[in-house]
Design a protein around this ligand. Structure first.
Ligand code: HEM
Length: 493
């Protein structure tokens, strides 16, 4: 197989019309936030063989504790020979795996990242506009291959991760469920942009043929019908994404996830309990010095697709201090300071074009469907205070389609909550005797921010062990779900 195979997905040829935004400018492909082609499996320049050879044997090197000395002996390679965006992404994937393998692949966490990793990683992350750490992009979006004819990334059974820390099927499957979700959700991007565009500029009533005019043979659908149809497709697609989520159990065992995979996803932010009180020192060599950095680790919460669905529907996630708990990620790290909530903060961990895309969509269609549908139904921006007369069938169908779509996304979040319970909360309460110092347990401590939750003020930085940690994590995820339900709260007359 060549290193740059074309991907044929079921929806690839579907969209040919003119979009209100040029998706290419945002590095969005016919596979959505996934690349158009199977990501490179190896950098073609022999110069980068020291990285490639090491990452190829990563699970073994971690298991026999030889990774750190091998990384320490790596030459400091320049990024000057990276020639294409695919190659920059490949370098980011390789360095991300080596970084987390190095930090977490021992009995204690490594506090200092050597210049052989730090220098090229900082250069690559600067080029891609993404933090120098493993992210959803390096673990999922740019880390897959497929054995299906046409390399269809929506075919979960044919997907495989290119790299894992553990060499387990469980880890590959954990990443690939997200890849299939991204792929199956991809057609929603152009579809929903069209729908927003149709509805936003004051929707016209259905064109009524004038009595003297000749009948129009195939009148184009009205903006309201266009949006209704798109929302109904969105509902079906989100339902299918939930079916994929349900398949996590097929090959990813909760014990393996919690005790073996998850520790490697951890970041360096608020990880004192796991042995990183100051984060990780990125050593840039004797000339430049270096500095301590505290960063989140890789998380599916960094998915641009799920945030796109929020933006389209107009789901609002509250800021810290407005009742939201700022949680430590399952991959480590706690939500940002007072000004940012989780969803805003993790945008900083998305590839720059994807982050820009979400911001531009928000700016162009503020409030998304919630605003647009609200205007149609009540003549207001969805706050339910309008006068509104009797609604026609078309408007009622639109309102119903919108509420059904928000309900579908809330149900998706509900399934996700059940997964988090099975994969984190329950295993965190069970003993694990496999390691001297259990980094999984240490890195799963949750810290509640000094935010008021249900009237109970929790001490800033007050840590809870994982046994009770789920009590901090679950309210955050429940809040996300409930905010989604709330976005659909219209009363159709
Ligand atoms: C074993 C599987 C999974 C586990 C244990 C898990 C766990 C978690 C945890 C603990 C969080 C809290 C924030 C964080 O730590 O970053 C989170 C957030 C999130 N996860 Fe997952 N997750 C899993 C699979 C997935 C999948 C497949 C997706 C789909 C792309 C997903 C999407 C999200 C999203 C969007 C958030 C942000 C909260 C929200 O918007 O509701 N997760 N996940």
């Amino acid at each position: 197989m060549s290193s740059c195979e074309n991907i044929t997905s079921a929806h690839k040829e579907e969209k040919a019309g003119t979009l209100p935004l040029s998706l290419e400018e945002y590095a969005i492909t016919s596979n959505g936030f996934l690349p158009e082609q199977i990501p490179l499996k190896r950098l073609p320049q022999l110069y980068y063989d020291p990285w490639e050879d090491l990452v190829e044997t990563l699970p073994t090197a971690i298991a026999d504790h030889t990774l750190r000395p091998q990384v320490d002996r790596l030459p400091i390679l320049s990024t000057d020979y990276l020639a294409t965006e695919e190659q920059w992404r490949r370098a980011y994937v390789v360095l991300g795996f080596l970084t987390h393998g190095y930090i977490w692949g021992g009995n204690t966490a490594a506090e200092i990242l050597p210049p052989s990793i730090t220098l090229p990683l900082l250069s690559v992350s600067h080029h891609l506009g993404i933090p120098p750490v493993a992210t959803y992009a390096s673990l999922n979006l740019w880390n897959f291959t497929s054995t299906s004819p046409g390399h269809d990334p929506s075919d979960l059974d044919a997907l495989q991760a290119q790299h894992t820390f553990t060499g387990t099927t469980d880890e590959s499957w954990f990443y690939m469920v997200s890849v299939a979700i991204e792929s199956q959700g991809a057609p929603l991007i152009p579809l929903m942009l069209d729908a927003l565009q149709a509805l936003f500029p004051s929707p016209q009533p259905h064109p009524q043929p004038h009595s003297e005019s000749p009948p129009v043979p195939n009148p184009p659908p009205s903006p309201i019908t266009t949006a209704t149809t798109a929302l109904n497709t969105m509902t079906t697609t989100i339902h299918n994404l939930g079916t994929l989520l349900d398949r996590m159990d097929e090959h990813c065992d909760p014990q393996v996830f919690y005790h073996r995979i998850r520790p490697f996803l951890a970041g360096s932010k608020n990880m004192a309990a796991a042995g990183l009180p100051r984060g990780v020192f990125y050593d840039e060599g004797p000339d430049s010095g270096g500095r301590w950095r505290q960063l989140r680790g890789g998380s599916n919460g960094q998915s641009s697709l799920i945030q796109f669905l929020d933006v389209v529907l107009g789901v609002e996630h509250l800021h810290a201090g407005e009742g939201v708990q700022v949680v430590r990620s399952y991959s480590g790290g706690r939500g940002g300071g007072t000004a940012m909530n989780f969803h805003q903060e993790v945008r900083g961990y998305m590839p720059e074009p994807h982050r820009r895309f979400l911001e531009d969509v928000e700016a162009r269609w503020p409030g998304g469907m919630r605003t647009a549908v609200g205007r149609v139904l009540m003549g207001v921006d969805g706050d339910g205070k309008g006068q509104g007369g009797r609604l026609g069938d078309e408007e009622r169908a639109l309102g119903e389609a919108f509420r059904t779509a928000t309900r579908a996304l809330a149900k998706f979040r509900n399934k996700h909550l059940q997964i988090v319970t099975r994969y984190i909360v329950i295993p965190s309460r069970q003993p694990n005797g496999s390691r001297g110092i259990n980094l999984a347990t240490a890195s799963s401590r949750l810290e509640a921010a000094s935010s008021a939750v249900g009237g109970n003020r929790m001490a800033d930085g007050g840590a809870e062990l994982t046994g009770t940690g789920g009590t901090a994590l679950l309210p955050f995820l429940k809040q996300s779900r409930d905010e989604t339900f709330r976005a659909g709260g219209f009363h159709v007359q």
